[in-house]
Design a protein around this ligand. Sequence first.
Ligand SMILES: C[S@@+](CC[C@H](N)C(=O)[O-])C[C@H]1O[C@@H](n2cnc3c(N)ncnc32)[C@H](O)[C@@H]1O
Length: 282
Amino acid sequence: MEIDLDRYRAESRERWGEAAPGWEERHDWLMESTRRVNDWLTEAVDPRPGQTVLEIAAGTGGLGFEIAERVGANGRVISADFAPEMVEVARRLGDRRGLANVEYRVMDAERMDLGDDSIDAAVCRFAYMAMADPAAALRETRRVLRSGGPLAFAVWRTSDRNPWAAIPGMTLVQRGHMSPPEPGAPGIFAMAEPGRIRELVTRAGFGEPEIEEIAFEFRYADADDLWDSIVRLSSRLARVVMALPDDEREATRAAILENFAPYRDEDGSYSTPAATWAVVAR
Ligand SMILES: C[S@@+](CC[C@H](N)C(=O)[O-])C[C@H]1O[C@@H](n2cnc3c(N)ncnc32)[C@H](O)[C@@H]1O
């Protein structure tokens, strides 16, 4: 079944807007958990004082904030996302951090309001695979980057390497509350194959990408913390869960937590494996 990409775009923007408060609350946890990804992407683009760096689909903006500290007062980070609610969160967190060299923009990665060759380097975490047309977004990225300017991005590996993301959706499908994902449709695992990454990146006009795995863990203090992360970070899952009758919602929560049992530690906390591809191309 073909998906309607215009409808997907509109729904996706709305869902990310709904999720913005949860992402704001969990910002520090998320940045701490994914520290190695930020370090890798930052080193890959090697930001220099005075440069202009674009963070695409920046969400709450954390990676761009670290880069803003590297490009200094004469440099600039453009922190862009298509969900205005996310951009507001990024602005608030950046202001709190005292950053004066970050420009916050509501901007769709598939149609960037930026000139050709106007950017020195671009970064993007966990977003190209969820876009309606990642090929268009990568072509736009190539267009706005100066010749030879690097793009570094991260996308998730396959579901078996990311149980934190796979288990909730799989449990909802098993209980008949969601349909399984359409093959080839945008989604969290849509760029999990290196061959697909290479194809998209080179067809957008970049040279051969370097692709490296980064494996880490998400840690949750207890079952409530794990549940909070599931329903606060994904409004798609939250909408499905909240629409269930009370008893089925409770049963679904119990079933999801049961499926996380292999990752529960003796003290009641959880540690779930996570694995991304980190990619750099010029
Ligand atoms: C999984 S979140 C990642 C946020 C942030 N990059 C991070 O790693 O914390 C995906 C983000 O991509 C944004 N996004 C999705 N499609 C987009 C598009 N076409 N243009 C711009 N932003 C988009 C969403 O609004 C959301 O903030």
